[in-house]
Design a protein around this ligand. Structure first.
Ligand SMILES: Cc1cc2nc3c(=O)[nH]c(=O)nc-3n(C[C@H](O)[C@H](O)[C@H](O)COP(=O)(O)OP(=O)(O)OC[C@H]3O[C@@H](n4cnc5c(N)ncnc54)[C@H](O)[C@@H]3O)c2cc1C
Length: 633
């Protein structure tokens, strides 16, 4: 692509959100420019190089189904893979991959380099340029100007970043990167409100200095598996994680150094993630707890570094090392990088439309950690949706806003844009009220059609999806007709599985409905050529069918309210009876639909009913102004 040609979309920042945004926009035919301040450090993982886990794994599967890249990058880089929550219901089972951070980043860099329409350029953006309320381009620190009608800001934890270690603080991006000090001012001048969050990370220790023999090791799951449905499942061998624990000795060291702790001395008061507290926070807030588990996890094939999951800290480096050496197996540990906390500016996400465009500046989209989230998966999901919607708006098409009953991505963006967040927002299964419907196994059924319609699923992927769907459907029919014979062998296997023996033949599908009969167990009784993950899908659908039907009805009932559009010109101050609080909150968030209005904090059921009456009145007034009742809705 010609470097000097005009661009349709500029993406600022090549982290997880910026990479997905650039790929989505360019694959949808937009001439896209991706600007990153150091092109050697794209898709950098400044925290644990782990992808997936509860709810986050669902986001990765959904990205894959829409045609995004993160699942493929994670599969390419996976060192260690586990299914989590296997003792719980299928709705919350999820994959978690410990990745090689360099392999993950280099996968993105290779793909970005190959996509037509996409040009990657090294530059630090210092200003977003606007004209008459619309974005028109960006200016770099070197004074270069790039123009485009759509700009996606994905600058992560870099905006006015300040790192804290003990009582020392200095301007910095994460992992020793350069911060991005100028954009915040430019956004404020454009009318956006910025706030400040904090996130912490752990020290890294040298692999060779750990006494692994003293620790319980966690190997990878033995069965071949992967996040993406477009590649092959792999076996992951040779890498392991291990568990150690803090003790009273660790806690005493931290307590003795409280005078040098930025948290205890209140030097650092910015909100950090409550669900992922630092070890300092845990020891201070739960003084009676005598021990906390710590997981030691590899960060790469060619790296000596070990990440210490659950040990993020802002204590001074000497205190960190002293604490580390109290952990079993780490008595002689060498600390390669100290942990730290980083404060940064973010854009209050209630200023964004549900398609991630700012209300203040037309054509300016925001995605990733600058919208108040934390996590590679949350960032990638927003980046992809911002890229898709920037591209759709240039084509004059309606934006894609995924529903809360359709995808975790929908829940994530609805929560951010409707409720905002007062701490770095992380996706959790509990945030998703329809999680029975939104599982790992059915992400393709929910989202491949959308990915195909917008041009992100190519012919090969679409054919693979259709083939899998067909195979499942044929096998389902076969199982519904196949009678399991009553015989000694059948009943002895059933007894072994803790299931009642058969007195008369039943269909394989009926047998699969028994809670103790898994797909694997069923295939001991009948032969099947279906891939095991598709067999498990049939099992999950069979076992969940009753709940799923009820949940589906609930989503449909709610969807009429979800779809009821609130006129853009509705003046909440003029809605009779509406409380002052509701009026103020609704005027600020400006929900697009009545469903969204129900979730704005401070808005109660009575307020919602009053808004519904006002919508109805506005509709009738519109009709009488047009001179007729019009067709019924
Ligand atoms: C210390 C720390 C701890 C964390 N802990 C966790 C955790 O425990 N769990 C978890 O899931 N996540 C954690 N994260 C979060 C995770 O790293 C981020 O959520 C994720 O990286 C955000 O992705 P992003 O694409 O939004 O931004 P980033 O990955 O931060 O990428 C932003 C990119 O934009 C570039 N950039 C910034 N400003 C400019 C500019 N002006 N011009 C050009 N380029 C620019 C940067 O160079 C960078 O490449 C942590 C992050 C940090 C820093």
């Amino acid at each position: 692509m010609n470097q000097d040609s005009g661009y349709d979309v500029i993406v600022v920042g090549g982290g997880h959100s910026g990479c997905e945004a650039s790929l989505a926009a360019s694959r949808m035919g937009c001439r896209t420019l991706l600007l990153n301040h150091n092109i050697d450090n794209m898709a950098l993982m400044p925290c644990n190089p782990a992808i997936g886990g509860p709810a986050k794994g669902n986001l990765v599967r959904e990205l894959d189904a829409l045609g995004g890249e993160q699942a493929i990058a994670a599969d390419f880089a996976t060192l260690h893979l586990r299914w989590l929550n296997t003792s719980k219901g299928y709705a919350v089972r999820t994959l978690r991959a410990q990745c090689d951070l360099k392999d993950y980043a280099s996968h993105y860099m290779l793909v970005l380099a190959k996509v037509p329409n996409l040009f990657v350029y090294q530059a630090m953006v210092s200003e977003i340029i606007t004209d008459a309320g619309s974005v028109i381009g960006v200016v770099t620190r070197a004074g270069e100007k790039f123009s485009a009608p759509r700009v996606i800001l994905a600058s992560g934890t870099y905006m006015s970043g300040v790192v804290h270690m003990g009582l020392t603080s200095f301007p910095s991006g994460p992992l020793g990167q350069v911060p991005s000090p100028e954009i915040s001012g430019s956004l404020r001048r454009a009318g956006l409100e910025l706030k400040r969050f904090r996130t912490d990370t752990t020290p890294r220790i040298c692999r060779h200095s750990v006494n692994w023999d003293a620790l319980p090791l966690q190997p990878s799951d033995p069965a071949p598996d992967a996040f993406s449905h477009w590649g092959r499942k792999k076996v992951h061998e040779g890498y392991f994680c291990a568990q150690t624990r803090t003790s009273k000795k660790t806690h005493d060291i931290l307590k003795a150094a409280l005078g040098r702790s930025p948290l205890a001395t209140k030097k650092l008061g910015t909100a950090g993630p409550r669900y992922c507290p630092s070890i300092d926070d845990k020891i201070l807030k739960f003084p009676d707890k005598e021990s906390h588990p710590i997981f030691l996890e590899p960060v790469g094939r060619h790296s000596r570094e070990i990440y210490m999951q659950n040990f993020s800290t802002t204590s001074p480096p000497d205190v960190q090392l002293e604490m580390i050496r109290t952990l079993p197996g780490c008595e002689r540990a060498l600390m390669i990088r100290p942990g730290y906390g980083i404060e940064y500016d973010y854009v209050d996400p209630t200023q964004l439309e549900p398609w991630l465009e700012t209300r203040q500046v037309k054509g300016l989209f925001c995605a990733g950690q600058i919208c108040g989230t934390s996590g590679y998966e949350e960032a990638a999901a927003q980046g992809m949706m911002a890229g898709i919607n920037a591209a759709l708006s240039l084509k004059g098409r309606e934006p894609i806003v995924l529903g809360r009953g359709e995808a975790y991505i929908g829940v994530l963006i609805d929560d951010l844009t409707t409720r905002g967040t007062d701490e770095p927002y992380r996706m959790l299964p509990s945030r998703c009220e329809h999680r029975l419907l939104m599982r790992h196994d059915n992400a393709d059924d929910r989202l491949c059609r959308t990915g195909r319609d917008i041009g992100l699923l190519d012919d090969a992927k679409w054919a693979a999806f259709e083939a899998r769907r067909q195979a499942v459907s044929l096998e389902r029919e076969r199982l519904a007709a196949f009678k399991i014979p009553v015989c000694d062998r059948t009943n002895s296997i059933l007894r072994e599985l803790g299931s009642s023996p058969l007195s008369e033949p039943i269909t394989a599908m009926d047998l699969l409905l028994r809670p103790e009969i898994s797909w694997g167990a069923l295939t001991r009784l009948i032969d099947s050529e279906l891939a095991p993950d598709l067999g498990t899908k049939i099992e999950i659908e069979a076992k969940y069918s009753g709940y799923a039907l009820r949940e589906d009805r609930r989503v449909r009932r709610l969807s009429s309210m979800e779809r009821l559009r609130i006129p853009d010109e509705l003046e909440y101050r003029e809605v009779p009876g509406l409380s002052a609080e509701a009026s103020e909150k609704l005027s600020r968030v400006r929900p697009r639909t009545l469903g969204q209005a129900t979730r704005v904090p401070g808005v109660n059921n009575v307020d919602v009913q009053l808004v519904q009456v006002a919508i109805e009145r506005a509709r009738r007034q519109g009709e009488s102004a047009r001179g007729g009742a019009g067709p019924p809705r």
